[in-house]
Design a protein around this ligand. Structure first.
Ligand code: SAM
Length: 315
């Protein structure tokens, strides 16, 4: 086996190939996130058109003291998909003597840099970064700070909405196992005027387009594909029937892409579905949580209301 073959992530290669063999070609949104993808996502969160981040942070600011009281003292926070760990500051600042912070992220380098920043900002907090895929069952690392302690999960950003409903339910079951009796504070974006939604994922600055297209060079580097990012275009729209934004990459011409030893052909205008972002009603989200064995203890929203934060507790 050559060195380039040994350094290729064979699991990722098999997963991507399987997705591209479906009638609607699909690639998981987790492949957006190399260092550039994480940077582009951060730029998205600061765009005027992209309301979710600032709206959720507004809820955390306005309702923070109440949320802090409900979570209680000596908390151990496990964050799923921590990214730049920006929102955790708002939560840690309202908690009474938080004991430990466990960020879990697939983009290890980016997450470890953010975790080091949290470590420096909160000297009395134990920070235990975990590089991994939170869709897979996992055991948190053995650490004295976690022994016998009650965990609280944190899953902001409406990242839950990236899963189709059955996978969202499966994630909530996995999270319940990982948290082992602890609660989960989770963000969920709400249904609203489709014009607001369409603009949020088609920003005039083109940052979301760059983020979507960045998946292709990332895969070229990760699994040795030969995607030409210039031969695809970003397309995002609100699917009112399914209540979700869909992001696609549209092939600009008939072309063939090589993945491992396989060739995958694209017709002109054929798309790869790269991400969905489901938008919920409050009742719909509570029902989803209930199917996964959670009870909604409390919900906080902004005034519009465009976004929601839910504290779930094992039913
Ligand atoms: C959309 S960002 C959200 C970041 C942050 N939580 C927020 O709300 O702004 C998603 C983050 O989740 C990470 N991520 C995506 N899929 C993942 C997976 N399956 N397992 C672990 N981390 C994942 C990405 O690397 C990225 O940092």
């Amino acid at each position: 086996m050559s060195q380039s073959e040994t350094s290729i992530d064979q699991h990722a290669l098999a997963e991507v190939l399987e997705g591209l063999r479906q009638p609607q070609k699909t690639i998981s949104p987790k492949y957006f996130y190399d260092a550039r993808g994480s940077d582009l996502f951060e730029q998205i969160t600061r765009l005027d058109a992209y309301y979710p981040t600032r709206t959720e942070m507004g809820i955390l600011r306005n309702s923070g003291p109440e949320i802090g009281k409900v979570i209680g003292p000596d908390a151990i926070i496990v964050e799923f998909g921590s990214g730049n760990s920006e929102k955790i500051h708002l939560l840690l600042d309202v908690l009474d003597r938080p004991r430990a912070y466990v960020p879990i992220d697939i983009s290890a380098e980016h997450m470890e840099a953010a975790a080091a920043g949290i470590d420096a900002d909160y000297p009395s907090l134990t920070v235990i970064p975990v590089a991994g895929d939170y869709t897979k069952p996992m055991h948190l690392p053995g650490h004295s700070a976690l022994d016998g302690a009650r965990l609280t999960g944190f899953f902001p950003g409406s990242t839950i909405g990236n899963f189709p409903p059955e996978e969202a339910e499966a994630f909530l079951v996995t999270a319940r196992d990982i948290l082992d009796g602890g609660d989960l504070l989770i963000g969920a974006d709400l249904q609203k005027d489709p014009a607001v939604l369409n603009l949020a994922y088609n920003d005039p600055e083109g940052v979301t387009a760059a983020f979507n297209l960045n998946m292709l060079p990332h895969l070229n580097q990760l699994i040795g594909t030969d995607f030409d990012a210039g031969a695809f275009e970003h397309h995002a729209f609100y699917n009112e029937v399914l209540g979700r934004i869909e992001m696609h990459l549209v092939s600009q011409a008939a072309q063939i892409v090589h993945i491992g030893g396989s060739a995958v052909s694209f017709a002109a205008d054929e798309t790869i579905h790269t991400e969905s972002s489901h938008k919920y009603t409050l009742e719909g989200f509570a029902a989803l949580a209930a199917r996964a064995g959670w009870r909604t203890a409390q919900t906080w929203c902004d005034a519009k209301p465009w976004f929601s934060l839910h504290l779930l507790t094992p039913a």
